[in-house]
Design a protein around this ligand. Sequence first.
Ligand code: ATP
Length: 366
Amino acid sequence: MSVTIRIDHAKKQFGANTVIPDLSLNIRQGEFFTLLGPSGCGKTTLLRMIAGFNSIEGGDFYFNGRRINDLDPAKRNIGMVFQNYAIFPHLTVRKNVEFGLENRKMSKAEKAALSDEFMKLVHVDAYADRMPDRLSGGQQQRVALARALVIKPDVLLMDEPLSNLDAKLRNQMRAELIKLRSRIDTTFIYVTHDQTEAMTLGDRIVIMRDGFIQQIGTPQEVFNHPTNLFVAGFIGTPQMNFFHNAKLVKKDGEYAVDLLGRHIVLDAERQKVLKGRNEPEHELIVGIRPVHLTIAEKGLPATIDVSEMMGSEMHLHLNVEGQDVIAIIPTAGLSLDAVRSGSQTHFDFDPSLMHLFDPETEKNLF
Ligand code: ATP
């Protein structure tokens, strides 16, 4: 049965190195929760603390309100799947899956029936008697998944489980995990540094940096409203464009953004927020996603350095006052002559899609 997880002021040190200084987090029952962040930010460390494999230098962990700090890892009813499959090479697929039940008090027949059920669920039942070296990477990872699921875990911890698979298989397994999700009553915690995985799989995502939480939200929330520059740059490919030489100004009582020679008066909603806290004028970093730029006759001038045909869309690398700016433009109805590498063009954007960041604090103004 899936559980709620509460992490309260968790702290982790390796010697003098504090990897997680002070982290608090609530994960809902049955949620697919993704830990996302660059290499070394502490994702695996946090996962191992939840599993009970790492010592804890501070804070408390709760499953369904029960403190588990001192609960033996084997008694936490956790399933785990790792990047490197970690299945036993000397055991058949069936034996590997049954191994998950090794410490359970149940008859051989019960173990066999459960293993069958989960081999079927992840589509490895046809290979039940094969040795792992005769399986593809994707099949091996399914076996690892079946072994983790066969115990009907309260929590399923997955640490980059798809990163050893090629792109096509990764997409396929991702879709299968989404399907599997509705058939299994467990709380999923999934570690990845791949934002596409986090966005497609997670009900909610926590974005971490250097052991600190940057933002927690649904994929849509973190995409549409990144809380700071780091999240804005980390979520979305190609990366959000950042314009550094912008300014927040107040003229005749109205806030506006001066950007690339334009004076853009902000909408009523943003006016209200800024007026409410009497925001002073200051420098700004303006973020605009590549998909939110359009090619327009009456826009800001740019040179197309490189245009990349991606099929249904084009990625245009624009030179805007010496800065590389990327625009993603749908190809339908587009004159390819107008967007050839080396040609002059103009671009535009909807001002309501600008993200405004304070260069000092790096925080989103809204
Ligand atoms: P990756 O995506 O590369 O797996 P991660 O976000 O999972 O990265 P962690 O593996 O949690 O990061 O590592 C966080 C930090 O803790 C790193 O600086 C790492 O060097 C350090 N660290 C992890 N395990 C140990 C250990 N057993 N002993 C000492 N330092 C460790």
